[in-house]
Design a protein around this ligand. Sequence first.
Ligand code: NAD
Ligand code: MG
Length: 406
Amino acid sequence: MAIDPTHTTRVSSSAQITILGSTGSIGQSTLEVIALHAQYQVFALTANSRVDIMLEQCLRFSPRYAVMVDESAAQSLNDKLRKEGSSTEVLSGAQALIDVAVHADADTVMAAIVGSAGLPATLAAVEHSKKVLLANKEALVMAGDLFMQTLANSDAVLLPIDSEHNAVFQCLPPESRFAGGDIRGQGVRRIVLTASGGPFRDSPLSELLAVTPEQACKHPNWSMGRKISVDSATMMNKGLEIIEACYLFGVGAQYVDVLIHPQSIVHSMVEYNDGSMIAQMGSPDMRIPIAYSLAWPQRIESGAQALDLTQQASLQFYEPDLERFPCLRLGMEAAKLGGTAPTCLNAANEVAVESFLQGKSRFTDIPAIIAGVLEQMTCRKADTIDIIRKADTEARALALAISDSL
Ligand code: NAD
Ligand code: MG
């Protein structure tokens, strides 16, 4: 895509939206924002297996299509919708995710599936030049080079939903907000991503061994799905976000720093050569970046509470402790290596987190599993889907073997 600094050619007053992962935390927040604005219509909703929430969403938003990846869930949803007299057509299977993401009548795709399962449909939406709102960071982390190459060869517009990247996007000069925009040439010294530090920011290190999934999923500031909640607790989330920032804004990992900011009010910052630092602030509410991206470059009501700085006793910032958060260090290393290193990091992390959530591994096993995988795998260039799939599959198998051996 040729860089159009303002992208005004893509501004339209209405939109037909496909939400990949509508039953999740981001999916539900997206529908809350859409419900406030008549100009946004829901074209398709997709989910893995949660029929109850999907049924409610279909009855409320009347999408043309509803996709349940799980076959029996699709059958059950279809029966219920027919009883209600709904005209929503139910599809099933992973191919249907791609079909509704690339459909000619959908112009905007919210990519909010968790994990690598979101890659095919998200990448297809980019290939088909949709306006893509990217929450599914794992898709970009595992296939960053290919993803950004596909973007460059399409007319797609990619807007980051992750609150930090959305903040950076807002703080960058308009000419350099899109990859290829040369942010260093525009006077940017570095990007500073903020991190809450999660629920174990100050816990004694000796207690981390016995952490349960319930404790790890109790985030102090944000309400999110279970996988990203564990990622926040290990701070792998920030490691993934460093990689995400490198791809999105076309910079090396040496230009992306992380600061712990327990209040989650400053969502990230951009530092310029002249010493200026521009930050974006707001309540910790994902409806803000969602509304920003839906309406961009305009601004619309998000439903989130305005920030009352008089109620904020202090804003603190400090360096992360890499001994406490080995996953952050692993993320930083993979960001520097590039190629298939982020693919392997992401795959190993998905396996390790799932194993922890199922009670098979301890919290402290997560970095051990990922480090084991990264040590044993060779980093390669990652510019074809076959190379990415192969690295992803091998890393998963290795991570499973390591987790079984611990
Ligand atoms: P979630 O677990 O609440 O929801 C995940 C959604 O993905 C659900 O709709 C589920 O049905 C669907 N899904 C899961 N596995 C699937 C599969 N195999 N095939 C098809 N669909 C599948 O997750 P979430 O918290 O909404 O996060 C979604 C994505 O957004 C993640 O990549 C996360 O990192 C990112 N994100 C979330 C937040 C947040 O505040 N929740 C913030 C920033 C980024
Ligand atoms: Mg984030």
